[in-house]
Write a protein that binds this ligand. Structure first.
Ligand SMILES: [Ca+2]
Length: 328
């Protein structure tokens, strides 16, 4: 099933190595007229807000989408959780950001991401899909300023949480939720239009250097394919060092799974549930929960991905990234 070609997407992102792969996948789908990118709302997360803004601008420039507005991330008031530069490099893009084109957008003069979210959702109620790839600082800020605004989104498709598997930054919590649990809890509590792609499904999405080679072979000299190769090498090294891939050379393209849901839904299976975020536990802060009890409970607010077909999902990603190489 192909989505409505008029599907309008806001990408809320903290690039981020795996964000970059989601970005490139979306760029390919846009070039194939399957999606429209309305705005990018950068968010504080993997690295600080100024860097995620610049990285988002650079990725847009790389893919010929630099006319799209980029918002600057609302800062996370709680700085207790370290960012993820140990995985994504000090620049957020595997220390490769300097190899990408210099953006024309300016962080200091950019609008804040929550402002863009509020304006766009107000102008297109029921028509915007938010694809959220980082901590939910911007979404929560928009909801606080304009209560009810997030329900105006068609869907909020987010990568985050760990329901029946361990976390990745604490024994119980996944990074995007743990970085700002209060923001995540607010979004979970105010919305019934959530689609959650947790670690439960992303842990088996290992993108390997062989896959990068496969994508590159038809256009090895293109900046995009060279970036894919280099980023894969850099991320794989960090991921192996942090034992994220069961000893396999490669890295987890967590964020890309959001696009699989939107464009290749046959690669995933979901359950409908009431979900919540723990905000106070000494050991469980940032944990995500689904209520599986067979009794009266609060209404469901989310579809949660439970299983994935990683071979088919990665094959779809690879085929679309090959198209991107030939477009550039
Ligand atoms: Ca991310």
């Amino acid at each position: 099933m192909k989505p409505d070609p008029q599907t309008k997407i806001i990408l809320d992102t903290d690039p981020g190595g795996d964000d970059a792969f989601a970005f490139l996948w979306l760029a390919s789908l846009i070039q194939q007229d399957l999606a429209k990118l309305v705005a990018v709302t950068a968010t504080d997360g993997n690295v600080q807000a100024s860097l995620t803004f610049t990285n988002a601008c650079k990725l847009l420039q790389l893919t010929g989408l630099d006319q799209v507005e980029v918002g600057r991330g609302v800062l996370n008031p709680d700085q207790a959780m370290a960012n993820a530069a140990m995985i994504h490099g000090h620049d957020g893009l595997g220390n490769l950001a300097h190899t990408l084109p210099v953006p024309h957008q300016n962080y200091q003069t950019a609008r804040f991401s929550d402002e863009i979210l509020i304006e766009t959702l107000t102008n297109y109620p029921g028509d915007i899909t938010i694809v959220a790839l980082g901590p939910l600082n911007n979404l929560a800020a928009a909801e606080i300023k304009s209560p009810g605004i997030l329900q105006a989104a068609k869907e909020i498709v987010l990568m985050g949480g760990a329901f029946r598997v361990p976390g990745n930054v604490t024994p119980e919590a996944e990074f995007n939720i743990a970085y700002n649990p209060e923001a995540a809890a607010l979004v979970f509590n105010q919305c019934q239009n959530l689609v959650i792609l947790p670690l439960d499904v992303t842990r088996s999405l290992i993108f390997t250097p062989e896959m990068a080679n496969d994508i590159s072979q038809n256009a090895p000299d293109q900046p995009i394919t060279q970036f894919i190769q280099s980023l894969c090498q850099s991320m794989s090294k960090a991921s192996l060092a942090h034992r994220e891939t069961q000893g396999i050379q490669g890295f987890l393209v967590h964020d890309a799974v959001t696009l699989a849901y939107l464009f290749y839904p046959e690669t995933l299976q979901f359950y409908r549930a009431r979900t919540d975020v723990e905000t106070v536990g000494q050991f469980t802060r940032g944990r995500t929960l689904a209520d599986f009890r067979h009794q009266t409970k609060l209404p469901a607010n989310a579809w949660v991905a439970a299983t994935v077909d990683p071979v088919n999902l990665l094959a779809c990603l690879i085929e679309d990234l090959k198209c991107l190489g030939t477009f550039s």
